[in-house]
Design a protein around this ligand. Structure first.
Ligand SMILES: CC(C)(COP(=O)(O)OP(=O)(O)OC[C@H]1O[C@@H](n2cnc3c(N)ncnc32)[C@H](O)[C@@H]1OP(=O)(O)O)[C@@H](O)C(=O)NCCC(=O)NCCS
Length: 173
């Protein structure tokens, strides 16, 4: 998929080295559970491949259209909360790529794809996607708001005190 400035596509094995490097980078991993060691980062990439088999709008690498540089990732994964598995939208860009509206551009494109496929989605997902965001992470809150997410509640999710935002799928704001 292409946007004005980006290319997004499902992950392939050739993306592993760059993403593993990013997941081991402190600046890239700000507002997260922290940097991964090499083994964990590789496991994370394995999961990315697995989730990408389930959803075309799963977390996937984001490339600068002009240079082909891998800038980070954007897309959907799943998480467990309040007794059921739910969809979660997440994004992370390399430091030089931040502050230019690219995270919003990527997320809008993949969320539109998810909206367009809502009829094919298993009803278990209840036509909604969540975002889990540190309450002090204003840039991320803004990206989510601009993509149609709204505050739902604050709670402990997988060991972190996060704001949980929600966005309906199929009929965005
Ligand atoms: C969060 C992140 C993906 C945003 O990427 P980005 O491409 O810079 O985001 P955008 O440029 O699309 O939008 C950022 C918005 O936050 C705003 N913003 C940036 N810094 C801000 C600050 N300190 N306070 C308030 N708003 C801020 C920007 O002004 C912009 O909003 P606007 O368009 O209304 O002006 C990027 O900063 C990142 O990778 N951060 C580290 C990882 C991370 O936090 N991921 C999310 C985990 S939940």
């Amino acid at each position: 998929m292409r946007t004005e400035r980006l290319e997004l596509r499902p992950p392939v094995e050739a993306d592993r080295a760059r993403l593993v490097e990013l997941w081991m980078d402190e600046d890239f991993m700000v507002f997260s559970e922290g940097v991964r060691n090499r083994e964990d980062a590789n496991e994370r990439f394995d999961r990315m491949l697995m989730v990408a088999d389930r959803f075309p709008f799963a977390k996937q690498p984001v490339f600068d259209l002009a240079s082909g540089t891998l800038l980070g990732y954007s897309g959907i994964d799943t998480f467990d909360y309040d007794g059921r598995e739910r969809l979660e939208y997440g994004y992370r860009l390399d430091v030089p790529a931040r502050g230019r509206g690219l995270a919003t551009e990527a997320a809008r494109a993949l969320l539109s794809l998810a909206d367009s496929m809502v009829e094919e989605l298993d009803p278990v997902w209840q036509r909604e996607v969540h975002a889990l965001i540190d309450p002090t992470n204003r840039p991320s809150q803004r990206v989510a708001e601009k993509c149609g997410f709204r505050f739902w509640r604050h709670d402990l999710v997988e060991g972190f005190h996060d704001d949980i935002l929600r966005r309906p799928l199929g009929h965005a704001d």
